[in-house]
Design a protein around this ligand. Structure first.
Ligand code: ADP
Length: 521
């Protein structure tokens, strides 16, 4: 099938393009008015959602947050591209409408949250990842793919929608959804207000200027006060410029991205919009990531049965061909092997870590050079360092449960999930004090046992090593170590609190939009 003209016609839904709506819902998930008002309806627009398609933390958030919002009384639906990988999971989901030549199919996530799948087979019906082919090259038509996706999703939040269900809020995630707020603000009648969440500012969806015409963007938007970013079209900037409200995934990251060092060129825009920008820390799926019930680990435990954890350590040492020795401090690491994650800093201290009696088990995929440097270290320190290149959900659980300490020396970390998993599994993290790491780890001070992990400031091997030495000293003091483990295990990382903050934000947005509609003129 060839690529369609863009934009195309809007097709009628079998359910008949209903326009009736009783007005926006109000606070408390119900209304400002009578108690019978419907709950606030939110359309989540994202390119990943666990367990169907996942390359990182975004997928976990898009799976868990809607479910938590539904539990908090909201009506949330998720919109995803209908990738071939999702088709394999759900089969031919029933179609309910056609928008811009794409079929809108309906399915349900394992959590019970309804999903709209945007089926454009010429864009999404292919093997490979959501953004890249099997060789790790970006798909050449990513602008067309996510341009159409965002445009269709914006239609669903405007008078153009052929669906019965009509959202009060469009909530876009990362650059793949970025053009949605622009369409809503500049071209679509009856548009819902929009929220844009930054999960990682480093990924911006930048395309050559010709793309503006290829996607038939509205006249005038290709400007500095619009979607232009230094001579290119930026999908993320479009979202950040046009959305009514901006959020990111931790308060510290919200501050950091307003500064040049971490602002990826967008710090000026974000600083100007600081009154609209909120940092809300992510939660974790505390059913999947629970050492007391986790079926993927060797021995289950909680803070009262910590001794069981040693069986997981032994299993992990065997699994990674490390010397089986309960006394050697075992460091774990899981994630993308990239510069962002500070993998080079770990490589820098690896020799010292082994000399100090430590072991290291790494799971991840990423930049070839970093993967190779870890392989070299594993060959040099057989039995003490081991690396598994790949993406293995089960093994990630085994590392969280089996390691004594968890390494996360990220240069920047919008929120990060692994440090929360590791605290919950009684595996204190050694992490850089940045973004969500600073917000979710209570630092153990020198000589005390009061926190839940170890933080360092400078992104250098020396600073990381000092934190590792501090952690090793605490590890050798059994009662101090148990206290640190228990502090992490008892923290509440559930989504409940964060979901309530999003709910308050939607309510403010919906009541503001309603007030604007009521204003004369
Ligand atoms: P990011 O989104 O920047 O990659 P996060 O810490 O927010 O980092 O989330 C990463 C998620 O992906 C976590 O759930 C982590 O366990 C998982 N993950 C990353 N790499 C791997 C891997 N190689 N194998 C299994 N899980 C992985």
């Amino acid at each position: 099938m060839g690529e369609p003209e863009f934009p195309l016609r809007i097709g009628g839904a079998p359910e008949g393009g209903i326009r009736d709506r009783t007005g926006p819902a109000g606070p408390d998930g119900g209304g400002t008015g009578p108690a019978t008002d419907p709950p606030v309806r939110v359309l989540f627009v994202a390119s990943e959602c666990a367990p169907w398609v996942k390359t990182g933390g975004l997928a976990d958030v898009v799976a868990a947050l809607p479910a938590a919002l539904v539990a908090a009384g909201l009506d949330v639906r998720v919109c995803l591209p209908f990738y071939r990988s999702i088709r394999r999971e759900v089969g031919e989901a029933p179609a309910c409408a056609t928008v811009l030549g794409a079929l809108v199919r309906e399915a349900t996530l394992p959590s019970g949250v309804p999903v709209y799948l945007i089926d454009a087979p010429w864009l999404f019906g292919r093997d490979g990842g959501p953004y890249q082919d099997g060789e790790g090259r970006d798909w050449r038509d990513n602008a067309q793919r996510f341009g159409l996706f965002a445009r269709v999703c914006a239609s669903l939040a405007s008078d153009e929608t052929p669906l019965l269900w009509r959202p009060d809020v469009f909530h876009g995630h990362d650059w793949q959804a970025g053009l949605g707020p622009m369409w809503l603000k500049t071209a679509l009648p009856g548009a819902a207000p929009s929220v844009m969440t930054i999960h990682n500012l480093a990924f911006q969806g930048l395309f050559p200027p010709e793309t503006v015409n290829a996607l038939r963007l509205p006249p005038g938007v290709y400007a500095v006060e619009g979607v232009e970013f230094y001579g290119r079209l930026s999908f993320l900037k479009a979202g950040l410029h046009y959305a009514d409200v901006l959020t990111t995934v931790s308060p510290t990251y919200a501050r950091e991205i307003q500064e040049e060092a971490q602002g990826c060129g967008l710090h000026g825009l974000l600083a100007r919009r600081r009154a609209d920008l909120t940092g809300i820390v992510n939660g974790i799926d505390d059913i999947v990531w629970n050492p007391a019930t986790d079926p993927l680990i060797t021995a289950r435990y909680d803070s009262k049965t910590l001794a069981e954890k040693r069986f997981n350590k032994e299993a992990l040492q065997r699994r990674f061909d490390l010397v089986v020795d309960p006394t050697r401090p075992l460091f774990g690491m899981v994630g993308r092997l990239t510069w962002q994650k500070g993998v080079d800093l770990v490589a820098e201290i690896a020799d010292r870590l082994v000399q100090a009696g430590g072991q290291l088990a790494v799971l991840g995929t990423g930049e070839r050079g970093l993967e190779d440097s870890l392989r070299v270290l594993a060959r040099r320190h057989r039995g003490a360092i081991a690396v598994r290149i790949g993406f293995e959900e089960g093994l990630a659980h085994e590392i969280e449960a089996g390691a004594d300490l968890f390494l996360m020396p990220s240069r920047f970390e919008p929120c990060g999930l692994n440090q929360m998993y590791s605290q919950r599994y009684g595996t204190p993290p050694v992490a850089r004090a940045t973004g969500g790491l600073a917000d979710t780890i209570r630092a153990v001070g020198p000589g005390d046992c009061a926190g839940s992990g170890f933080l360092f400031e400078e992104a250098t091997g020396t600073a990381l090593w000092e934190a590792v030495e501090q952690a090793l000293a605490a590890y050798r003091d059994a009662s101090c170590w148990t206290r640190i483990m228990c502090h992490g295990m008892r923290q509440d990382f559930s989504w409940t609190r964060s979901a309530l903050r999003y709910r308050a934000l939607y309510h403010a947005l919906v009541s503001g939009a309603a007030a604007r509609r009521r204003m004369p003129g």
